[in-house]
Design a protein around this ligand. Structure first.
Ligand code: C2E
Ligand code: CA
Ligand code: CA
Length: 772
């Protein structure tokens, strides 16, 4: 590699820095060598001085002696100075100066006594070329100049001109040979230096990488072990390994056996290692004394330690990760409150059951009472109800069908029981058992909570029925159970699906009707039994299906159950009534008060009162022209508190509030006291048989009495016969409404109806009431 870095003519490095580095590194050696050369030169000088004693007495002796002594002195001085030199260029300058002095003095001595100088003229250049540690150019320059100087000194008094010529030739040859030797020596020295440097660098790099591996091994945060494969002896273990495996202060593991790997796992691992030379992502369980075993991933590979096969392996403990994953899985498939499986888990189980069993039944359980418990006793009580329901369902299913049953909470108040390999009769039994089991009261905070439930039961029909269809059927059955009065189990029947489809179709048609002005009001007059005059009208909704075809609400009663639809058609109705009233007032018709019916669904919106007033504003009619009729169901359960501010607002705007269908619902008499109610409307079912049925008569009389005592107006609905009217008038009922006076009519007919109400008509009405 480095031959190309050397100058071909000198054997020195081409790059100055390389040469300087080379000299710098060998500098102590060079100083030692220079001093050795100076020491030998001193010895040789002393010997030559002794040799010069032969010419004692000759006139040149004192001169020679003086020259010799001064050279010796300078050599000694150079010897001492050399020790103090700090770098090669300075040392070189010292040596070169010494060479020049030595060369000059020797040449002078030869000149003075040439007979003794022949050997010197040969030895000195040899020394200058080969022994003196200076750079190539100084070696050649000093060697050549030195030998030339000696030759010249010798030539001043040659014994024989011929021998002078041959000496000249000798000196030239000698110089050439010496230059070659220096060149070779330079090259060899530098090449071997380069080789040594390269080796040193290689060794240093190996040492560094070894150190890095070692440090990594020791500092790695995962446990690592090096072990002899055949004996199983542990050769090295890092700190993390010691912490992980060493369970007590005394029992540091010494063999692979001490690491408490499961025996067949260890065997399998070693087999893999022998076969492929490595192990990767090997999952193993590791015993931890009395603590529960841990799980780890192991990776490793073969290597050779002291000529024997060994394994280096690292381990990653994944116990915590697995536990966390398990928790996430658990949370993803379970309901946090009840601990039951959730909808996602149920879906999986349902799919699996459908694939594995011929007969699959679903019981969809809906807690009827959750809303009321939540509203009455708070959400903690609701939670307690859910938890206990879940427990009872789980227990009963477990007792009756064991592993063939699966209970899940679908959300809110809805639970599901999946029965795999169970036929319909058994499923119906199960449903009855569940309902009965839930009826037992649940004690919470000193109160008993009632967990009434409706259950929809469906059996999978044939293998082609999908889990989604089965679920849908159970849903329809549940819907039927709820609309049949709740707290019961109903089995799915195909007509439920048709009914549902009809409902869906009806709802979309009604939605369309609300926006296309097909919802129109009819008005039925209310007649005073005291004055015989019309005191107002009740607005009744009609759905126009053709020029003269109007549907009464009985045909679309389900619309009032749907909160969105009820509000939609209710709003269309309010707008039309307000517009009609405005128009009639503009024509100067005296109408009395117009009553609007509001459904419970409309009361789920707290702003229903404000909304009414806005509509009246839009139509530019005052609220005092209107009454509102509400049924007692509006006050059921939680709604009472919520309804009160709405009624206050309506009442405050000048409207009167009538309690519709009084006596058929669940109103507590306390509502009459607490709420701003002005009127009681006796339900037509009591009026129908009032003359013949003494119970109906008693009820009608008590309502009239109640109204009188509380200062409320009493209106009787469904008055069809004059006999009923007389009965009511005689008992003090103030107002009657019914076919006796008029059927509900369109707004156009109202004006005519009122115009026809002459004094004679009124007098006739009053006369008819008089039995005499
Ligand atoms: P309701 O409020 O009790 O209205 C009285 C019902 O009795 C009306 O039925 C009326 O036509 C009928 N009726 C009146 N006089 C007689 C009679 O002498 N004999 C008999 N057999 N029936 C009589 P309609 O119009 O079919 O309304 C039925 C129910 O639909 C109403 O009962 C009311 O609950 C509801 N409804 C009607 N219009 C609306 C409305 O705009 N909004 C809301 N939310 N409900 C409405
Ligand atoms: Ca009514
Ligand atoms: Ca009524």
């Amino acid at each position: 590699m480095s031959a190309s870095r050397l100058r071909p003519m000198t054997g020195e490095f081409i790059r100055v820095e390389d040469e300087a580095a080379f000299q710098r590194q060998r500098f102590p050696e060079t100083v030692r060598h220079a001093r050795l050369v100076l020491g030998v030169a001193f010895g040789a000088g002393v010997l030559l001085l002794l040799n010069d004693l032969r010419i004692i007495g000759e006139p040149i002796f004192p001169v020679v002696l003086a020259l010799r002594l001064s050279l010796l002195a300078y050599t000694v001085a150079s010897f001492r100075w050399a020790a103090r030199m700090v770098d090669f260029p300075r040392l070189e300058r010292l040596i070169v100066a010494w060479q020049w002095l030595t060369g000059s003095i020797i040449a002078l001595i030869v000149y003075l006594k040439s007979n003794i100088s022949l050997p010197i003229s040969l030895v000195l250049p040899v020394i200058f070329y080969l022994a003196v540690p200076v750079s190539f150019r100084w070696r050649v320059l000093n060697g050549f100049v030195g030998s030339l100087l000696l030759l010249l000194a010798y030539a001043t008094d040659p014994d024989d001109p011929l021998s002078l010529l041959s000496m000249g030739i000798w000196v030239l040859v000698l110089n050439a040979v010496l230059i070659l030797l220096v060149l070779r020596d330079n090259r060899m020295a530098r090449l071997s230096w380069c080789a040594i440097e390269a080796e040193r660098a290689a060794l240093a790099s190996t040492a560094r990488s070894h150190e890095m591996v070692e440090k990594t091994f020791l500092a790695a945060p995962i446990p690592m072990v090096v072990a002899d494969i055949e004996s199983g002896r542990i050769l090295r273990m890092n700190e993390a390994g010691q912490r992980y495996f060493q369970q007590g202060p005394e029992d540091a593991p010494t063999t692979l056996g001490d690491l408490h790997l499961e025996p067949d796992v260890q065997k399998q691992m070693m087999e893999n290692l022998r076969r492929t030379g490595e192990i990767s992502n090997f999952e193993a369980r590791i015993g931890q004394g009395d603590a529960p075993a841990r799980t780890a991933l192991i990776g490793g590979s073969m290597l050779e330690v002291n000529g024997r096969p060994a394994v280096v392996a690292g381990l990653m403990d994944i116990t915590d990760r697995l536990m966390a994953e398990d928790k996430v899985r658990q949370a993803a498939l379970h309901d946090a409150l009840t601990g039951l499986s959730n909808r996602a888990a149920f879906q999986l189980s349902l799919e699996a059951a459908c694939a594995a069993f011929n007969s699959v039944c679903l019981l969809l359980v809906d807690l009827d009472s959750l809303k009321d418990v939540n509203d009455t006793y708070g959400h903690d009580a609701g939670d307690a109800l859910l938890v206990e329901t879940a427990r009872r369902l789980g227990q009963q299913v477990e007792e009756r069908v064991g592993g063939r049953g699966f209970v899940a909470r679908l959300g809110g108040d809805e639970f599901v029981v999946l029965l795999a390999g169970v036929r319909l009769p058994e499923a119906i039994d199960m449903a009855e058992t569940l309902i009965a089991g839930l009826r037992a009261p649940i004690w919470y905070g000193g109160r008993s909570l009632i967990a009434r439930a409706s259950v929809g039961v469906a059996e999978r029909m044939g293998e082609t029925q999908t889990s989604g269809e089965l679920m849908k059927n159970a849903d329809l059955a549940l819907y039927a159970a709820k609309s049949q009065g709740r707290n019961r189990a109903v089995v799915y029947a195909p007509q439920m699906r048709w009914a549902m489809q009809e409902r869906v179709a009806l709802h979309s048609a009604l939605t369309e009707a609300a926006s296309s002005r097909a919802i129109v009001p009819f008005y039925q007059p209310k007649v005073s039994l005291v004055t015989g005059r019309v005191v107002g009208f009740e607005a009744l909704m009609r759905w126009r299906r053709g020029p003269q075809a109007f549907l009464a609400p009985a045909a679309f009663a389900s619309a009032f159950q749907d909160p969105e639809l009820a509000v939609l058609v209710g709003d269309a109705m309010i707008q039309r009534v307000a517009a009609d009233v405005r128009q009639l007032l503009d024509r100067g018709v005296v109408l009395g008060r117009i009553a609007l019916n509001l459904s419970p669904a409309q009361f789920t919106h707290t702003d229903v009162g404000r909304h009414l007033l806005e509509r009246f504003d839009e139509a530019r009619v005052g609220a005092e022209h209107f009454d509102v009729e509400v049924t007692e169901t509006v006050f059921l359960g939680r709604r009472a508190d919520h309804v009160r501010p709405i009624l206050d607002e309506i009442c405050g705007a000048g409207m009167h509030i009538a309690l519709d269908d009084f006596g058929t619902g669940y109103a507590a008499l306390s509502h009459l006291k607490q709420l701003p109610i002005d009127t009681l409307k006796i339900d037509q079912s009591f009026v129908l048989d009032v003359e013949a049925d003494r119970f109906d008569a008693a009820i009608v009389c008590s309502v009239i009495e109640l109204g009188r005592n509380l200062g409320l107006q009493v209106v009787a609905e469904g008055v069809e016969t004059i006999g009923q009217a007389r009965f009511l008038a005689a008992r003090g009922c103030e107002v009657a409404q019914g076919f006796l006076y008029a059927h509900p009519m369109s707004a156009e007919h109202m004006a005519d109806f009122l115009a026809a109400e002459s004094d004679a008509v009124i007098a006739e009405r009053l006369r008819a009431l008089d039995p005499a």
